[in-house]
Write a protein that binds this ligand. Sequence first.
Ligand code: SF4
Length: 433
Amino acid sequence: MSDTTILSGCDSAPASEKASARPILRERGQREVFCGLTGIVWLHRKMQDAFFLVVGSRTCAHLLQSAAGVMIFAEPRFATAIMEERDLAGMVDAQDELDRVVDRLLARRPDIRTLFLVGSCPSEVIKLDLSKAAERLGKQYMPRVRILNYSGSGIETTFTQGEDACLAALVPEMPRAKSDAAKQLLIVGSLPDIVEDQFLRLFDQMGIDNVRVLPPRDSRDLPAVGPNTRYLLAQPFLSDTAMALEDRGAVRLDAMFPFGAEGTTDWLAAAAREFLVDDALFEKVTAPGRERARKAMSHLRGQLEGKRISFLPDSQLEVPLARFLTTELGMIPVEVGTPYLHRAHCARDLARIPQSARISEGQHVDRQLDRVREDRPDLTVCGLGLANPLEAEGLSTKWAIELVFSPIHGFDQAGDLAELFARPLRRRDRLEV
Ligand code: SF4
């Protein structure tokens, strides 16, 4: 069977967006992407009373240690219950071992209010049922500690999907909002606190005061959800979470993702329309931030305009970022590869990417590298493992992981986001002189 298929995109996009339907190159082959455990690096910072216990191998522990480096100096909020050969060979009851590890951890750490048991490749290979473990341990520790599980395994998830799996595990725990409850806005997706606060201030200034976020900073303070919940996705990689929220009656507000002046305005406007914010008030609240964003980007536009860029599939941020670079900075997208493309969630961004750009979903790393070599873009956004070989061939690269670990959403981060793409081009120009 062929592992490359051409599909037509935007199936579930609104009619206005269907005009932009274009062929999508779908590839299924070898992947070069981090696994979903990586999400723990930013999720543990967000939910400060939660603990992530990876049930995995020494490889999983090393991945987390190196990805989260600095945590070694802090009171950790994640750890790996390392499965030894005896566990993998089925010589001990792994469930009993896990109970012992959890008992020890919770006895030592009374500050933990939510414990996530995170599955990995090894726990999946031996079919260790973590949902059963979470249920059993939950009965023992509720209400002091809520125990949940999700998979971060590289077999099931890539990089940012770990956050999706984690948030989807929280949704069933959210209280049920009454059908006559006041309309509530829910921001979905983990954002740095400083960015989250900026958005909350803007909604407050628009008079939208019933705003909650998922994940919350206090993991036990979960917002209620129901038919009067309107949610805005802050991240494009949350398809399972979105589905779980919609099963509870919540309705997604269709918007571009909040990158740059245009994306952020579109995202805020979706909420403003739904909550009947007066046009003049919306303008008054958003104009200063939009102006700051445009000013911060203006001195970088000259460095980016007309430059050709390719994205290899990595974080699922590729489509909205390609939209941002195209419409706000004049870059030319050559290929926009993404591990998974949610056609409805990304429809408004996708519709603004020129038809000349190749959109690809999934990965066949050898073919993608061949296309990059043929296209020779000015900048290639890719994973760490692919950057060095491409640099050695004279191609400039940007590490996709930096885009996930940096504050890049919203008006006040637009200049920094543009700078992340301008820097490697400047470095290349300096090296060429
Ligand atoms: S979950 Fe799998 S891919 Fe991720 S670090 Fe562990 S073994 Fe590697």
